[in-house]
Write a protein that binds this ligand. Structure first.
Ligand SMILES: O=C(O)COP(=O)(O)O
Ligand SMILES: [Mg+2]
Length: 218
């Protein structure tokens, strides 16, 4: 039985449309041009503070406004949830992995309050027995510390990390954890250019893929 850790944004859930809504509510109050979904996806991956940094850079908003905008962003992050949904077959896949005896965890750069809110809104809290957010430790991905802490809390046994992005591939590499790449998320680099053990495009494929990869790494 294995420990399987998932990334959140762009892996278990498609959250960019809600993140865009929050960003645009701020930009409209600042009387700035709004951002597209593609720009939003470009800014996601390194946590809330880096998102605001990239958004400010794209619209020429000064550093002095950073903390104020980040606070507004974080507050709205917990309440704007209507457009977010799990990718197809995520729920079934997690249920299947649990029935097969695996222990599941989450390691995201999304702040913990927003993470808890969206997991509860989508009824995804129960399958994930350990959850680390971008502010759980003083280091976040691509530093390997949060992934290693998540795995530690899940106990012992073989492990896998499942994510969608450059940040996830680097985190897994630095932690020495085999990486499964979900190809339908927010990655900007061609899949072939990211280190990964295997990749998949539909969560319906994941239980069989996990089984096959565990035989490879065992
Ligand atoms: O909050 C972010 O920027 C990214 O979140 P993720 O680590 O779940 O992809
Ligand atoms: Mg992600």
């Amino acid at each position: 039985m294995a420990r399987i850790v998932f990334d959140l944004d762009g892996t278990l859930i498609h959250s960019a449309p809600d993140i865009r809504t929050i960003a645009n509510s701020i930009l409209s109050e600042e009387r700035m041009e709004l951002i597209s979904l593609d720009e939003t996806i470009d800014f996601i991956g390194n946590g809330a503070s880096v998102f605001i940094e990239k958004m400010r850079a794209a619209r020429g908003i000064p550093d002095a406004d950073h903390d104020r905008l980040l606070t507004v962003f974080q507050d709205r992050y917990e309440t704007v949830l209507e457009l977010t949904a799990p990718y197809p077959n995520v729920r079934e896949s997690l249920a299947h992995l649990i029935v097969a005896g695996h222990r599941l965890g989450l390691c995201t750069n999304k702040p913990m309050r927003a993470t808890r809110a969206v997991l509860s809104h989508l009824s995804l809290t129960d399958p994930l027995s350990v959850v680390y957010g971008g502010d759980s430790l003083d280091k976040r991905k691509p530093d390997p510390a949060p992934l290693l802490a998540t795995l530690d809390d899940l106990g012992t046994g073989p492990c896998l990390y499942v994510g969608d992005s450059e940040v996830d591939a680097e985190t897994a590499d630095r932690a020495g954890v085999p990486f499964l790449l979900f190809t339908e998320g927010y990655r900007k680099t061609p899949a072939e250019d990211l280190p990964h053990l295997a990749r998949f495009s539909d969560f319906a494929e994941l239980p069989d893929l996990v089984q096959a990869q565990l035989e490879v790494i065992a």
